[in-house]
Design a protein around this ligand. Structure first.
Ligand SMILES: *[C@@H]1O[C@H](CO)[C@@H](O)[C@H](O)[C@H]1NC(C)=O
Ligand SMILES: *[C@@H]1O[C@H](CO)[C@@H](O)[C@H](O)[C@H]1NC(C)=O
Ligand SMILES: *[C@@H]1O[C@H](CO)[C@@H](O)[C@H](O)[C@H]1NC(C)=O
Ligand SMILES: *[C@@H]1O[C@H](CO)[C@@H](O)[C@H](O)[C@H]1NC(C)=O
Length: 499
């Protein structure tokens, strides 16, 4: 009984590894489609030629057979810029990946291009869009007639940005015949295809600096996606195609190196890393302290040195029951230790509002959504598929980060200090011990405050292409809690200033 209860909690925890939800039905609102525009080899299109808001422009490209882009203009979210939404149809139309694209508010013809993805695995990027860094935020005060309010701190202030629902099965992305993606490495291929076809098709972006950003499970996704892009660039160059100009990766409160996760949680709950006085009871902290070495040792043996799926799963079960259930039992928000969990099990009232908003037929039509399902913030199916492969533990993602740094890709690891789930201490610990040529230099640098409007925003250190930053008093969703600070951070990062 106890075991099965703990297992329940363990499973919940995995699903919550950065949000969860459900709700499926069928609804068909197929949008009219204009005759496909077939591009000649080497031919390109200007995004501004996509002018219809009521029908998709369909683009195919002979050099990318098996892929198709459907794109339309939209009056969604940000009236100050051109907005496009649509699908990349992958694998001869069997998989459909939904995206939102917002031009930069500054100079879309010159500004960099950024991608944002949420984590989960299984969570929709529209959550980041509508409650964190997007051009508009879900209206929680009932002040707007269109369901959203304009966000002055949006990350499209100085960059063109797209939000991608990936892998297939997430948000409005869907598959026709039940295909699934169940590992990060598989997901990387579709993401690479998406970005490539986007840059190939819309010539104005050719060669434009590209940044990949995201949070949470993005700490697992993005290092792998970026590495795949770097490796595929070599193939592109060999074949005489233009490589993607990948410049940087930004990861907020990510899960990257699993070896530091539990020590980090101990410090957040039982130390003073997040709050001045530990919030956890002494008895629970003692229990955690006793379990921690065994959890670490067994993880090292069964998950890290030699990954064994069955043994690793058992170890994680032990670690979670000894080191995570105590926090869940407090009723606090797992994404923000300073708050209680409110609303549904995702702990934020916005989640319910976003689902209602995105499920409304008018908004679906405005976006051109053709997914047969209702929206869910996080797909249980996708989460389950990744969990089945122990995707979070199977590949030590920090090695991708090192590989990127050695090949000239800048990396920003940032973390809100109030997060418990993928907390700043865990991130600091893995970055400190990351094996790369800049390690000694990074460790020799001392911490300093970084400021926004004369106020301390957090602490940072940097060496070479690597920067680490904390965002003081922010939870897991940094732009939600500290929008001005988050925007300033991104602005400085894009212009290669110190934080
Ligand atoms: C899907 O959403 C629509 C609109 O809110 C609703 O009418 C329908 O009942 C939903 N279906 C399911 C199964 O949740
Ligand atoms: C939605 O309404 C808000 C407030 O009424 C307004 O600021 C915003 O620009 C509108 N958004 C769109 C996309 O029209
Ligand atoms: C929001 O405002 C509208 C019009 O003022 C009203 O009809 C509606 O009931 C309000 N909704 C909520 C949730 O307060
Ligand atoms: C794309 O179209 C816009 C608007 O017509 C124009 O300003 C821009 O120069 C075009 N870009 C390219 C690369 O053709």
């Amino acid at each position: 009984m106890l075991f099965s209860m703990l297992r329940e909690i363990g499973v919940t925890f995995l699903l919550y590894a950065c949000s969860v939800w459900a709700g499926f039905t069928s609804a068909t609102d197929q949008l009219a489609v204009a005759a496909p525009v077939a591009l000649h080899p080497g031919a390109t299109l200007n995004l501004s030629s996509v002018s219809s808001t009521s029908q998709y422009t369909v683009l195919t490209h002979p050099e990318l057979s098996g892929y198709r882009v459907r794109v339309k203009k939209s009056d969604f979210c940000d009236p100050t810029v051109n907005v496009y939404t649509g699908y990349l149809d992958v694998d001869y139309g069997a998989k459909h990946m939904f995206f939102y694209f917002f031009e930069s508010r500054r100079d879309p013809a010159k500004d960099d291009v950024m991608m944002w993805i949420n984590g989960g695995p299984g969570c929709s990027s529209s959550m980041g869009l509508l409650m964190e860094l997007g051009p508009c935020q879900i209206d929680m005060q009932n002040v707007s007639s269109n369901g959203t309010v304009w966000n002055p701190y949006s990350w499209n202030a100085e960059a063109n940005i797209f939000f991608l629902d990936q892998p297939v099965g997430v948000g409005f992305s869907y598959a026709d015949y039940g295909e699934t993606i169940e590992t990060t490495e598989d997901a990387a291929q579709n993401v690479h295809a998406f970005i490539s076809i986007f840059f190939e098709t819309f010539s104005q972006f050719a060669g434009r600096p590209l940044h990949l950003s995201g949070e949470s499970y993005g700490g697992r996704y993005l290092p792998a996606f970026a590495s795949y892009i770097v490796d595929q660039n070599q193939v592109a160059i060999a074949e005489g195609r233009e490589p993607l100009n990948l410049k940087s990766v930004l990861i907020g409160n990510g899960i990257t190196d699993i070896s530091t996760l539990y020590p980090g949680r101990y410090e957040i709950e039982c130390g003073t890393a997040a709050l001045e006085v530990p919030m956890q009871s002494i008895s629970t902290c003692v229990r955690m302290k006793i379990a921690l070495p065994r959890c670490q040792m067994d993880m090292q043996k069964h998950c890290i040195e030699r990954f064994n799926e069955m043994n690793c799963r058992a170890v994680i079960g032990f670690c979670d029951s000894e080191l995570s259930t105590g926090y869940w039992a407090t009723g606090r928000n797992v994404y923000d230790i300073s708050k209680m969990c409110i609303g549904d099990s995702l702990c934020y009232a916005e989640n319910t509002a976003i689902k209602a908003f995105l499920d409304s037929p008018a908004v679906r039509e405005q976006l051109g959504v053709e997914s047969p399902s209702n929206f869910s913030a996080c797909s249980r199916e996708v989460g389950r598929g990744f969990n089945m492969h122990m995707d979070k533990y199977a590949v030590p993602s920090q090695h991708y980060v090192a590989g990127l740094l050695e090949r000239g890709v800048r990396v920003l690891i940032y973390a809100g200090t109030y997060d418990w789930q993928c907390n700043w201490v865990a991130n600091k610990l893995w970055v400190d011990k990351l094996e790369w040529t800049g390690r000694a230099a990074y460790n020799a640098v001392s911490w300093r405050d970084w400021e926004v409007d004369g106020q301390k925003a957090g602490e940072t250190k940097a060496a070479g292409l690597l920067t680490f930053a904390t965002v003081r008093d922010a939870g897991h969703m940094v732009p939600h809690d500290k929008p001005a600070e988050a925007q300033a951070m991104v602005s400085r990062w894009l212009t290669q200033q110190e934080l």
